[in-house]
Design a protein around this ligand. Structure first.
Ligand SMILES: Nc1ncnc2c1ncn2[C@@H]1O[C@H](COP(=O)(O)OP(=O)(O)OP(=O)(O)O)[C@@H](O)[C@H]1O
Ligand SMILES: [Mg+2]
Length: 291
């Protein structure tokens, strides 16, 4: 039996041009994503994030270099079906991904195309709707759902295919704050409990900060990568790349500029509180939080 590749994604020197004469949208991308990782991909508009995402499920093929998914070269025609099945994609507008007339029928659409038996399809649909908290809506008409419910339904359709990697291309950008939080919680749970690898493309730095690792693109290249703490410690570089810091990191950066002795790259409210308490206790000998 073949040993499964450790890296679910492995690209080497990937180049892509939309046509003769147009500049490379991808310009030498070397990216590895290990199984089970949660990676956020950020970068200004037009930096190549969606173009890269489309290479990872063989919608686009590189004009130079190699993309391997689970060790399979996406340019080899016989691999394309396995690549597409293993890599699910969720986009900004769930309406473009919903086709069924009921929630259940919509979720069954993908597994039906895999040629599975009716019992297996039913079980996959049940499990997927349960996972996204939509089991009670199985008979509902998708067009009557809220935006957040529609996106969870689209995610159920992706899950029912049994993907190992899910790519979210700005899949939270149309959602209100509570629906966005629900989807992010759900994704983190799928990542931790089911071991599903995530590549989350987002313009929201607070969402990127939830990932294990952040990769930043600019002009078709990967220009920075590391843990959220490492990446967001480079405040001036982040701004030069047309990005913002997460709100907490931004606040701490301002305080640091004002001379407060605080660590750089704090991205999480709990860490922030701890750092503030450390300062406060250092100065006063004890902590005043509510004053
Ligand atoms: N169909 C196309 N034909 C020609 N050029 C294209 C096409 N699609 C994208 N591009 C170009 O490729 C580059 C990368 O675009 P891409 O959509 O991958 O960026 P992105 O990082 O996803 O941006 P955004 O944050 O706006 O979604 C851009 O310069 C864009 O203009
Ligand atoms: Mg895009």
């Amino acid at each position: 039996m073949a040993i499964p590749a450790v890296n679910i994604v492995e690209t080497s020197a990937v180049e892509f041009s939309h046509g003769a004469g147009s500049p490379n949208s991808l310009d030498g991308i070397d990216l590895k994503i290990a199984r089970g990782e949660f990676v956020a991909l950020i970068g200004r508009n037009g930096s190549g994030k969606s173009t890269l995402a489309r290479h990872l499920n063989a919608i686009l093929l590189p004009t130079g270099g190699v993309v391997r998914i689970k060790g399979m070269d996406t340019r080899d025609e016989p691999n394309v079906w396995d690549v597409r099945r293993g890599v699910g994609m969720l986009f900004q507008d769930p309406d473009n991904q919903i086709i069924g007339t009921t929630v259940e029928e919509d979720t069954a659409f993908g597994p039906e195309n895999l040629g599975l038996s009716p019992e297996v399809i039913r079980e996959r649909v049940r499990a997927a709707l349960h996972a996204v908290g939509m089991a009670d809506h199985a008979e509902s008409a998708p067009h009557l759902l809220s935006g957040g419910e529609k996106q969870r339904l689209a995610l159920a359709g992706v899950l029912a295919m049994g993907p190992e990697l899910i790519i979210l291309d700005e899949a939270t950008s149309m959602l209100d704050p509570s629906a966005r939080e629900e989807i992010m919680d759900l994704l983190r749970r799928l990542n931790r409990e089911e071991g599903i690898t995530l590549l989350h493309i987002t313009h929201r730095m607070d969402e990127a900060a939830l990932a294990d690792r952040i990769v930043i693109m600019d002009a078709g290249r990967i220009v920075l990568g590391g843990t959220p703490g490492e990446v967001f410690s480079n405040a001036s570089l982040i701004r030069e790349l047309g990005l913002e810091l997460p709100p907490v990191t931004e606040l701490f950066d301002l305080l640091r500029q004002d001379g407060f002795d605080l660590p750089a790259g704090i991205t999480d409210a709990d860490e922030a509180l701890e750092a503030l308490m450390a300062i406060n206790s250092g100065r006063m000998g004890h902590v005043h939080i509510n004053q």
